[in-house]
Design a protein around this ligand. Structure first.
Ligand code: CUA
Length: 316
């Protein structure tokens, strides 16, 4: 779901209402202007051959003056009205009513790093491209960029906010409707800007807590032989040079953190649904799916490829 017209938070609802008012007033003005133009075009037909069209009778002149003055006044009233309305909405969006949880989001070319802060550093949760939030609670986002300017935009939940290198910006929202909302980078950031999406999963508190507990579980070395060989491939074939899976020897932070990767909805920042087949296609040649992506092609035997895909899918 990726739409301004289906708000899932009071913030997005305020933005949508502003949009509908602008459409209604703008539409009414357009109809009025069109009607006036048509009237002007056809009213001329009433004149006879030989009339002096440049001579305007005084009573018509006065009427025209009144119409123009009214139109100028109406324009000022409408513009000032929308300025005030827009200002109120902007202020309401910027104000934090109460303190809630904080999530750090860092934009990378072309994926989103998501960090759930915790006063206990061992309980910080690092994930990517998917943000789980509890419904009915304000969530503040601290936004940073690792390379170039990106923009965080989940239209069902709030407006856009830029992520600027060397600077921290913030945005917040309070989802009031459970759902899965699509977000998208909204600032051109290079070749794969369009494939830099994310998902916000808004769940009631108990379901959110269950997700949080599952996502905080430490990794268990698989007992299944295929999965175990998949883990060996992951740790020895170059994957671990860029990625991390908590509880293993892989702790690099160049690419997305893959702990609990199997529980995510999509892969490659919203590019493909998260299935074993897609994961294998992606690892086989990332450039085919996302040309320009920084992830290199890792040469693997077919058996190694399917084992590592099965292993990643097993990380729930
Ligand atoms: Cu990141 Cu566009």
């Amino acid at each position: 779901m990726h739409s301004l017209f289906d708000p899932g938070s009071p913030q997005a609802r305020a933005v949508a209402n502003l949009w509908w008012w602008m459409l209604a007033v703008g539409g009414a003005i357009w109809i009025g202007v069109t009607a006036a133009s048509l009237y002007a075009a056809f009213a001329r037909r009433g004149h006879r051959e030989g009339d002096d069209l440049l001579h305007v009778p005084p009573e018509t002149h006065h009427r025209l003056e009144r119409v123009v003055s009214f139109a100028v006044l109406a324009t000022i009233v409408i513009l000032v009205g929308f300025l005030a309305y827009d200002f109120t909405v902007g202020r309401a969006l910027a104000q934090h009513p109460e303190r809630g949880m904080t999530i750090d989001v860092t934009g990378h070319q072309w994926w989103w790093e998501v960090l759930y802060e915790n006063p206990d550093p061992s309980r910080r949760l690092l994930t990517a491209n998917e943000i789980h939030v509890p419904v009915g609670e304000p969530v503040q986002f601290k936004l940073r960029a690792a390379d170039v300017i990106h923009s965080f935009w989940a239209p069902n939940l709030n407006g856009k906010r830029d992520l600027v290198p060397g600077y921290m910006s913030t945005i917040w929202f309070k989802a009031d409707t459970p759902g899965v909302y699509r977000g998208q980078c909204a600032e051109f950031c290079g070749l794969e800007h369009a494939k830099m999406a994310f998902y916000v999963v808004a769940d009631p508190r108990p379901k959110f807590n269950a997700w949080l507990a599952a996502a905080s579980q430490s990794h268990q070395t698989p007992t299944d032989s295929t999965l175990l060989s998949g883990e060996r491939v992951f740790l020895s074939s170059g994957c671990a040079v860029c990625h991390a899976i908590s509880g293993t020897q892989a702790f690099a932070t160049v690419g997305p953190n893959l702990s609990h990767f199997g529980s995510r909805l999509t892969i490659a920042a919203g590019t493909l649904p998260n299935t074993r087949e897609n994961v294998a296609r992606w690892i086989f040649n990332p450039q085919l799916i996302k040309p320009g992506v920084i992830m290199p092609r890792v040469p693997l035997q077919p058996a190694q490829l399917s084992a590592v895909a099965a292993y990643l899918e097993s990380l729930k």
